[in-house]
Design a protein around this ligand. Sequence first.
Ligand code: NAD
Length: 297
Amino acid sequence: MGRNDKGHVGFIGLGTMGREMARNLLAAGHSVTAFDIVGSAVEELVSAGAIAATSPAQAAANADIAITMLPDTPQVEEVVYGAQGLLASPPAGRLVVDMSTISPVAVRRIHADLKAAGTDFIDAPVSGGPIGAKNAALSIMAGGEAEAFARAEPYFRAMGTTITHVGAPGAGQAVKLCNQLICGINIQAICEAIALGRASGVDLEQLRNVLLGGSAASWMLEKLGPAMISGDVGAGFRIDLMLKDLRLVQEQAQALSVPLPGTALVTSQYIEARAHGEGANGNQALFRVYDRMTNRD
Ligand code: NAD
């Protein structure tokens, strides 16, 4: 499939989230040129109808919008500032949207540098996990100028259902960090309840069903609870990525003098999990910290 009139996207970063989001852009009728440093990820998307690119610059050339979905701040900086990057080779539509979770400080710098070169930049991190990405049901929180947000919105509609312009550059990341703080502490609370329920001898599936019907219900309990109970540590959102997010939360909190004791506690448990080799496991593997603390490892 070639470039089309519905809007052409240069999509960079085709991992757990990005590949589903790029597929949904294709499904909504956009054309997509795709780039990832992993060749097989590009090939997979080409078989879904995308055009292959061999650099960020090539993905962006002729695109109305370039979208990045990368692990962390250094990778986004590489794609923006690198020799084959979007600052030197902006998309034809002069609009770059980063949907990764990265530092709000870096976002403001990237926004200013691209703006000075005549390109708009929106930070638009997401919540909803791989399931939300697959079902085009993400919550998208965007920071940046209103006019640039309006140009990006039709593309957001192909990937998400709750799409909110939350403020100035960096505001999307600020909201996402609040989201991650809640997710981390919520996962910890569920691990703790399962550890106590198990030691009390109650049926854990039944425990989860009961909790889902009452005031302890949560997205994490619904989506991650079964894997915690069955001992499945397979990755959806990796422990390493959550540790990156908790670091960003704490950097933001320190810069603004906001004490976050709950975040500090759960961060040390994530560090413990990584020290036991769980970094590439899914977030639900935090329950293994409780396995070790209760001598059930
Ligand atoms: P991932 O590691 O699965 O995917 C990242 C992709 O980027 C990989 O395919 C990798 O090869 C590619 N990449 C790395 N450096 C690159 C570069 N310089 N140029 C081009 N491609 C490069 O990560 P993910 O789970 O898809 O998460 C992406 C972002 O979204 C992260 O910031 C994460 O925190 C955030 N996020 C993830 C989830 C989730 O549940 N997985 C949910 C919400 C937000």
